[in-house]
Design a protein. Structure first.
Length: 306
């Protein structure tokens, strides 16, 4: 099974690298700068689950992409989706399965319109990973998983085949029969964490230590959960119990990657993670005042960037 990983950044580099290291047929679709880095230093993964260095991993640039692949693993930021689609479109054939790992839900509609719903699986990942100044993939904590599945809940032959291929990578791949529910729950958690830590410019523990901090974070979670409920994907009790625990752990250093992007002066996924929730809340007449404030803050930040 031939896999095209779009990008060799933190997420694509980690999961693609793990599959490649275990003998998978993996090619990275990269820009010229990243291609030069991979050719010179290889793909290096630093992880509590084991380091790996892959010298001169298979890579291709968009202008040279002509072959069709069985699986396209898409891990770009939402604001890069249109450019990513242009770059990997030649690799999509009649039997290609696209697994997007983007945040939120807007990307599914975009991919469906371009490639057809039957080619687009649901997908998500749970991992804390970044690129360091040496352009190495640094896995920050042992947690790692990649979940995917048919959006109608069917455990199809192609999903079984992909699951078998990914299992060798030993990164916690899961073929889910409830992938849309899983994606919504990740969105609820991510939006609650991002809206809270970005708006307050602080970690979970620092927010909890402030007057009203606990009520603020849990109120944000309540708003996000209410939107999911209105859309027919109300968070399941085990998810809510875990999430409330993570968001109310005193002293927790946890922040959202969006907050780290702000600190770095980088673009953020304001519209995709927060703005789209607000639109859905408005359509369902669900009040989301805390999310609105966070969204205004994020858009003001983007305006400041220019």
């Amino acid at each position: 099974m031939r896999v095209l990983v779009v990008g060799a950044g933190a997420i694509g580099g980690y999961f693609g690298g793990r599959m490649l290291a275990s003998g998978g047929d993996v090619t990275f679709l990269v820009r010229p700068g990243r291609a030069a880095e991979l050719a010179a230093a290889g793909l290096v993964i630093r992880s509590p689950n084991g380091d790996v260095t892959l010298k001169d991993p298979p890579a291709v640039q968009a202008d040279d992409l002509a072959e069709k692949f069985d699986v396209v693993l898409l891990s770009c930021k939402a604001f890069d989706l249109d450019d990513a689609i242009k770059s990997f479109a030649p690799a999509v054939g009649p039997q290609t399965s696209i697994i997007p790992l983007l945040n939120g839900m807007l990307h599914l509609d975009v991919l469906d319109r371009k490639f057809g719903r039957d080619r687009v699986l649901g997908g998500l990942c749970a991992i804390a990973v970044t690129l360091n100044d040496k352009r190495e993939v640094v896995h920050l904590q042992p947690m790692q998983s990649l979940t995917f599945g048919e959006r109608d809940g069917n455990l199809s032959d192609r999903v079984r085949a992909i699951a078998e291929m990914m299992a060798s990578g030993k990164f916690g791949s899961v073929a889910s029969e409830t992938i849309l529910q899983d994606m919504w729950e990740k969105w609820v958690f991510l939006a609650s964490l991002a809206a809270s830590t970005c708006l307050m410019r602080a970690s979970v523990g620092q927010i909890l230590a402030a007057p009203g901090g606990r009520d603020f974070i849990l109120g944000m979670l309540d708003e996000c959960s209410a939107v999911a409920e209105a859309e027919g994907y109300g968070p399941r009790p085990p998810f809510l119990e875990r999430t409330r625990g993570m968001l109310t752990t005193e002293g927790s250093p946890m922040t959202a990657s969006m907050f780290r992007d702000i600190k770095a002066g980088a673009p953020v996924e304001a519209d995709h993670v927060i703005g789209d929730l607000i639109k859905r809340g408005d359509a369902a007449k669900v009040p989301v005042p805390k999310l609105r404030t966070a969204y205004t803050h994020l858009r003001a930040y983007e305006n400041q960037r220019g």
